[in-house]
Design a protein around this ligand. Structure first.
Ligand code: ADP
Length: 558
């Protein structure tokens, strides 16, 4: 029913309007009491206020001002007896009616303004709904951005609660979470303090909710309400909830991690939740699942990594201790064999000499393996000592050539070098580079059949001209600049492409008859790789099966 407020102290007018509006079934309220007018506007806004400018009992100007300051959604129609109206009064009016106007003109003026008010109300409601939706969308967007930014489960749950608070302004949320700590936890985010009595009731209710999710199935956790850990976050601790909390409107949702159950959440609010509230609640409870799952996986990875690191440390320590313990008796065996073979302890027969020589060769091999193991564990533990000094790479190459050319010759192999003259010196540990190169050349000798050639070359090269084998590109990144490049090329058995990357793995030996025959530990190349990395350098290889291999390494000039 249309409601009209008439502010007038002219009794004739009041009576006239009363009978007039009765006919069209509009409700008319008449008053000149300012407090009454203001109360009416605050509690139940009339559709139209007609203010009689002839009213003497109140200050019309200030009343108009007050009404407009209370609400913009009011239509004020000014009623006048004469044409001379005060400008200030006209300022607030939407329309003017005069005593001389016919009833039909007055009614049509009122109806036009009523229609206008309805349209304005509709527009303002739509605007309000739009603003509400926009606010919720923004809040949802910022919540999901927060979700994407962390892998910490506790933070994710906090962001979920913040998001719910922004979009739904709840009174209390009860989140039962199973995976943030070792045991289930009940997290209460509440506006007001919760009494012990209420807490007991909330616990029971939460457990019932939880059980309802697994009807007929086994529960992931058995929970004793007495031992259930509770975390309370209270916004206004000075005030307290009463039991009427359970008369509040509520919503409930499980939080799952794909197949696995993570927890559940119940939310309470004094006023009713709308359909949009329910959608928002479901969206946020679902949205948090994915990052929670990632966070769980991330935590598992961290824990596995920690275990692996511990195992790796134990293994390195074990290798280091065992190798040290083996080295001392081995040195004594080697010395004893040397003495026996030198004849200082008396003549030895030809057969004894043969066996003693064989024993010495194997002791030497064994101590080589132990040295490799020790080197590797030292490098991995970061305990390897390096003596960096300006080093001429060609001196290193010449030294390795001179020590290994006899071995190569005995296999009918030619070991040659092709070094660039006047190469700049590099800052390196010459002994470690000798170790790297000795290993590469020894491998070349080992894996090359008789009467073939092995070549060691050196050159100055810019990073732009270095051609790293495709298989190593992902793991080998070179900084811009100049490098010394060394290459050991053989015409041996070669390595299949699928095995190329693995030759630098610890204990890797490529399965072929020559590898098996030649023996070895599979430690030489990983040691070489680590030693070069300590020089900011890198190593890779090109190879073709049955044609030969080229092992390259580069060390930066600076
Ligand atoms: P080891 O030589 O002691 O077995 P390495 O780490 O030096 O250990 O080499 C690992 C594996 O790489 C070798 O067992 C072999 O299968 C392969 N390999 C290394 N160098 C060559 C080469 N020049 N030609 C063919 N295969 C090679």
């Amino acid at each position: 029913m249309v409601k009209i407020l008439l502010v007038s102290d002219r009794q004739t007018k009041i009576e006239e309007y009363q009978s007039f509006f009765n006919k069209v079934a509009y409700e008319l309220i008449c008053t000149t009491n300012e407090t009454h007018i203001i109360d009416l506007i605050k509690v139940d806004l009339p559709d139209i206020i007609i203010i009689d400018s002839e009213t003497k009992s109140i200050n019309l100007k200030s009343l108009n001002k007050k009404i407009k300051s209370l609400t913009d959604n009011v239509i004020i129609i000014l009623l006048t007896a004469s044409e001379n109206i005060e400008k200030d009064l006209v300022k607030y009016a939407n329309a003017i009616i005069t005593d001389t106007m016919s009833q039909s003109i007055i009614l049509s003026t009122i109806n036009i303004n009523l229609r206008m008010k309805n349209s304005l109300d509709m527009l303002s409601n739509t605007n309000k709904d739009l603003a509400d939706s926009l606010y919720r969308l923004n809040a949802l967007y910022s919540t999901s951005s927060q979700f994407a930014g962390t892998l910490d489960k506790t933070k994710l749950l906090n962001y979920m609660i913040e998001g719910l608070d922004k979009t739904l302004s709840f009174s209390l949320t009860c989140t039962l979470s199973f995976c943030t700590e070792e045991k289930p936890v009940l997290i209460l985010n509440s506006l007001y303090e919760i009494s012990e009595e209420l807490l007991t009731a909330i616990k029971l209710r939460t457990l019932l909710n939880y059980k309802s999710l697994f009807e007929g199935k086994t529960l992931p956790f058995e929970i004793d309400p007495k031992n259930l850990k509770v975390i309370k976050n209270i916004k206004y601790p000075a005030s307290r909830f009463t039991f009427t909390l359970f008369q509040f409107d509520n919503m409930f949702a499980p939080i799952s991690l794909g197949e696995n159950f993570f927890g559940c959440i119940e939310i309470f609010k004094e006023t009713q939740f709308s359909a949009e509230d329910a959608t928002c609640f479901q969206t946020i409870a679902q949205q948090v699942s994915l990052p929670l799952k990632s966070a769980t996986l991330y935590q598992e990875i961290i824990e596995t990594n920690k275990k692996l690191e511990r195992l790796e440390r134990l293994k390195s320590e074990f290798i280091s201790i065992v190798s040290h313990e083996l080295r001392t008796p081995l040195t004594s065996i080697k010395n004893s064999l040397d003495i026996l073979l030198s004849g200082r302890c008396g003549e030895i027969t030809q057969a004894a000499d043969k066996f003693l020589t064989m024993a010495r060769r194997n002791v030497q091999r064994l101590s080589g393996i132990i040295n490799d193991l020790l080197d590797l564990s030292k490098i991995e533990a970061g305990k390897m000592d390096f003596h960096f000094a300006p080093t001429n790479i060609n001196t290193v190459i010449d030294y390795v050539k001179s020590t290994l050319s006899e071995v190569a010759k005995s296999k009918g192999l030619v070991l040659e070098t092709e070094t660039e003259n006047n190469l700049p010196k590099i800052n390196a540990d010459a002994q470690r580079l000798e170790q790297v190169l000795t290993n590469l050349v020894s491998n070349a000798i080992k894996f090359t059949p008789e009467n073939k050639k092995i070549k060691i070359s050196s050159t100055l090269i810019n990073s732009d001209d270095v051609h790293i084998n495709e298989n190593f590109k992902e793991t080998t990144k070179l900084a811009k600049g100049n490098y010394i490049q060394v290459c050991v090329a053989d015409e041996g058995i070669g390595i299949e492409e699928k095995d190329l990357l693995h030759v630098f793995d610890k204990f890797a030996q490529i399965e072929n008859s020559l590898s098996r025959k030649a023996g070895g530990t599979g430690l030489g190349l990983p040691i070489a790789k680590q030693l070069l990395e300590a020089h900011q350098g890198t190593i890779w290889c090109d190879s073709e099966l049955h044609k030969g291999s080229k092992f390259y390494f580069v060390i930066p000039l600076n």
